[in-house]
Design a protein around this ligand. Sequence first.
Ligand code: HEC
Ligand code: HEC
Length: 349
Amino acid sequence: MTRMAWKFPLFVFLALASAFIMAGTGRSPAGSNASGAGRGEYRRPTETPYPDSNPYSAAKATLGRSLFYDTRISFSQTRSCASCHPPSRSWSDGLPIAQGEGASIMKLRTPTLDDIAWLPRLGWDGKFRDIESVTFGPILAPSNVHMTEGLLIERLSTLPTYAVLFSAAFPDKQINRRNIEMALATFERSIVSGVAPFDRWVEGDEAAIDEPAKRGFALFNGRANCSQCHSGWAFTDGSFHDIGVASGEEIGRGRYFPSSVKLKYAFKTPTLRDVSRRGPYMHDGSLATLQAVVDLYNKGGIDRPSRSELIKPLGLTETEKADLIAFLGTLSDEGELAAKAPAAVVREN
Ligand code: HEC
Ligand code: HEC
């Protein structure tokens, strides 16, 4: 089952407007680029996928949104999902390593929730098979919000507002683990990155991005090899690779496949949408800026058996590096981030 993304109307308007303009010039709105992938391969989808096992409903999304922003899901009642995934920071938190409660410390950076409806597996090491299964990971982890399932259900059950919201969202009206997972996941699937200058260019508006960014796009798809992994409109293949960055005790996907040489230090390819406003970068927040990221790729990262064959020293000039960074900058939504924040939280009892 699918449903239109909430950004759909603006996107359709832009697509139709540019198609109209292009019709006048007789040019294809998504012409092929001279090197590597054509622009058309980056065209945004118009619908968000929802699984048959948890189809979209407005009532589930409304309940999920309330739960997402509610600090009562944490033991101390001070942290919500939005504490680490705030829309104002493009659904990440700007920290190198996530700050939870409790004595044990998290070892990973908070990933964005942009476009996660399209991801085949979640978590930096792919430990989660779907969005529903992520929910009680953060809720129960001592290093995250450190809650118990029993106490969470007990707390929510004392609040009349939630009785109303759960009754509207589920035929069985139950405040239980499965329904909490389904509602939060429905809300999270509605988190879709906004239309960026790059999208307007893909649709044929030549002036939407400047010349350095266009050169950066050609490098991205050509000599710099980036699109081999950051592929498609969401700029991820949804897969796991060692790009030569990790050196600490986190070994990524290698944890689940100890005999695999290639999966040691393999982490999920992150989306590059909104990337310029989401530093620091990588699973461990070890690179502060996009300049540092591009420098790492230019060197080819740490040379070791697990490193992907696609990563090798690139020999880019300073201008070429700047072009790549200019291109990455065109992937950020121009809209007001505040306007992306879904409406108010249910907080009254
Ligand atoms: C203390 C900060 C923190 C809080 C609070 C938090 N998260 Fe996260 N979130 C993270 C970190 C760190 C990861 C990466 C975990 C991993 O890869 O194992 C993550 C990963 C995720 C992912 C996977 C995203 C991807 O691209 O793979 C989803 C979905 C998610 N969180 C949803 C939630 C929900 C829903 C809540 C509230 C119930 C929540 N998070 C609360 C820090 C947080
Ligand atoms: C072999 C696959 C692969 C190639 C090729 C590749 N990347 Fe990546 N990229 C990844 C993976 C995997 C990560 C996450 C690594 C980690 O967290 O340790 C990543 C992380 C990033 C990040 C940080 C994103 C974030 O949110 O932390 C940026 C920016 C980036 N890549 C840009 C590029 C550019 C630019 C190129 C081309 C020069 C490129 N990538 C080539 C797989 C790849």
